[in-house]
Design a protein around this ligand. Sequence first.
Ligand SMILES: Nc1ncnc2c1ncn2[C@@H]1O[C@H](COP(=O)(O)OP(=O)(O)OP(=O)(O)O)[C@@H](O)[C@H]1O
Length: 231
Amino acid sequence: MLEVVDLHKAYGQHEVLRGVSLAVRPGTIHGLVGANGAGKTTLINCLYGLETGFTGVIRAAAGGGSVRECTGLVPYEPHFYPRLTGREYVEFCLQTRRRAVPDLRPWNQLLDLPLDQYADEYSAGMKKKLALLAVLVQDFAYLILDEPFNGLDLEANLLLKEILKRLRERGTGLLLTSHILGTLTEVADEASVLVSGRVQRHYTAAEFGTLEADLLAALHGEKLAHLRTLL
Ligand SMILES: Nc1ncnc2c1ncn2[C@@H]1O[C@H](COP(=O)(O)OP(=O)(O)OP(=O)(O)O)[C@@H](O)[C@H]1O
């Protein structure tokens, strides 16, 4: 299990995370929901060791290793070095972990990427798929996916949902952020709603029916009241 307990993180005076706790269990998809600026990416960066200067506990319970050892990350905006092809990017990702480079064709038959073109010249959706390919070819116990559906076309979107469900069946634990609530509730087993750096509420799948209405009320209470005066 990946676990975050009482995480606090501030940038200067700005307290971005204020006591966040959540767990990602093997064989489950945990959705992380929140407005722009709520702290989702900061939480992911702390969890993955890309941020320092936070307090709280972060642990990967299985085997006692570090989170990064057993977890693959697809960041919100994957970075690609210039003049690296898609294939070279994936090879680079594997080499930094001292992992053998497998045959990329089986996964790429699904993702259809032009692996011999420069990755920084890919479209936004192709870049997201390339970052996905780089984690899919590795056998991670956990995956953290920051807005993985962002920029994907309908076909890739449907395919990714299927991939996520199958990874879950195989026992992978997934932490997923998405602003597309329908997509998230379709695949997730549980969700945490982050509001102003705090987990406002944790939902099980059985409680997803009220999630949208609760979010509207939590995020837009005043605007909703104003809307009622207009319509
Ligand atoms: N490196 C940084 N330095 C200063 N402030 C930062 C930094 N990174 C993030 N922040 C601030 O922390 C807050 C949370 O940002 P974060 O990117 O975690 O939000 P988010 O929930 O992922 O938002 P979005 O949905 O827009 O991706 C924002 O107010 C942001 O401006």
